[in-house]
Design a binder for this molecule. Structure first.
Ligand code: AMP
Ligand code: MG
Length: 353
């Protein structure tokens, strides 16, 4: 079902909606606030917010960002192929068949993902594709036909888990090649690619001179600078996993920082009245019910994406330890009963209502 939505979304990809947010702006009164939205990239809605002297200037900034994100989206796609493009889907299709020459952006993402594997002691493993593919299939079938939704058998998951070794991903940065040594292995970069791509695109925008911009790719938020030259921060709301609630879990004061959330509500299906989300614990090969959501605030959006997924697969104490070991990084856990747990410095980053 999701793929159909994506197809429809892809058709809309070229539409950028730009709106000015302040009323009746007279000219030459300083920068006005603008917003733009587009769908399709990373299978989600992208929103960009910023200030500019006029609509043309803002459109140019958004177009530059969108062009960059589109390049990353295609290269990091594991589901779709594009004419004359070697992307991660191609790499997966060549598993067991020797090295594949790839774009430097793929090499960089995969090197970053190896570091993420080390940092999280395997809680985030992009080589888990053989296992996540099974869950993806069962979830798609269960969403399409809820009456016959099933859970994958443990033997099936365990067999797949034999083909998830990170050291079978060989990267040669000098030759510019990657190789999946195990013919049954497969890469799933879903836990990292979006955040990493947003970080790279944001840095490129900064290099083009953008000083203040708020980028949200499906809730993966990265602030370039503060909201304005006066240093007032952006306000980033953290979504409440409870759809019925009309308040945010917290509002983060964002200045040159990223805010990323992983949540059970993003992708899930129901089996026998129980909900199964999309983050797989590499130890149990199942989605665990430790939290409803985990949010990370840290400057680098790639790291934020890695950590929000990693913390899902760690008990609270282990997660706190990991967060405490990384400078300038805070976390918010929403527990199964809806209560909140904050890392030590989280409150300092939020706006009190
Ligand atoms: P995120 O929404 O960033 O937490 O990433 C979740 C996505 O990453 C899932 O939809 C899967 O594609 C993939 N994934 C699930 N479990 C893991 C894991 N333990 N390690 C790496 N990727 C995972
Ligand atoms: Mg993630």
């Amino acid at each position: 079902m999701k793929r159909n939505i994506l197809l429809a979304a892809a058709l809309l990809l070229s539409l950028i909606l730009v709106t000015a947010c302040l009323p009746g702006g007279k000219q030459n009164q300083g920068p006005r606030k603008f917003e733009a939205e587009f769908i399709g990239l990373f299978d989600t809605l992208t929103r960009v917010m910023g200030y500019a002297e006029n609509e043309e200037d803002f459109k140019a900034v958004v177009q530059g960002l969108k062009d960059d994100l589109e390049v990353y989206h295609r290269l990091y796609d594991i589901y779709d192929s594009y004419p004359d493009l070697v992307n991660i889907k191609t790499v997966n299709s060549m598993a067991g068949q020797g090295p594949v020459a790839v774009d430097r952006k793929i090499i960089d993402l995969l090197l970053y993902s190896k570091d993420a594997y080390q940092l999280t002691e395997g809680r985030v493993n992009i080589a888990l594709g053989a296992v996540t593919k099974i869950w993806h299939r069962y979830r798609s079938e269960g969403v399409d036909d809820p009456a016959s939704a099933r859970l994958p058998k443990m033997e099936l998951l365990e067999e797949a888990a034999l083909h998830t070794r990170m050291d079978n991903l060989l990267i040669d940065p000098v030759k510019g090649t990657v190789e999946l040594k195990d013919p049954k292995m497969s890469l799933d970069v879903g836990a990292i690619a979006k955040g990493y791509a947003v970080e790279q695109a944001a840095r490129a925008a900064e290099e083009r001179g953008v000083k203040h911009l708020l980028i949200s790719v499906g809730g993966n938020v990265r602030a370039i600078g503060a909201r304005n030259d006066q240093g007032e921060p952006w306000r980033v709301g953290i979504e409440n996993p409870d759809y019925a609630a009309d308040d945010y879990l917290a509002i983060v004061k964002a200045d040159a920082v990223s805010v990323v959330t992983s949540g059970v509500y993003e992708r899930f299906y129901m089996v026998g009245g129980k909900s199964y989300h999309h983050i797989i614990d590499p130890d149990t090969l199942f989605p665990e019910n430790r939290y409803l959501s985990v949010s990370i605030v840290t400057p680098d959006s790639g790291l934020a994406d890695v950590l929000s997924t990693a913390l899902f697969n760690l008990d609270l104490e282990e997660g706190k330890k990991l967060i405490g070991s990384i400078e300038g990084t805070e976390a918010l856990w929403c527990m199964p009963d809806g209560s909140l747990v904050e890392s030590d410095g989280f409150a300092d980053l939020t706006i009190l209502d």
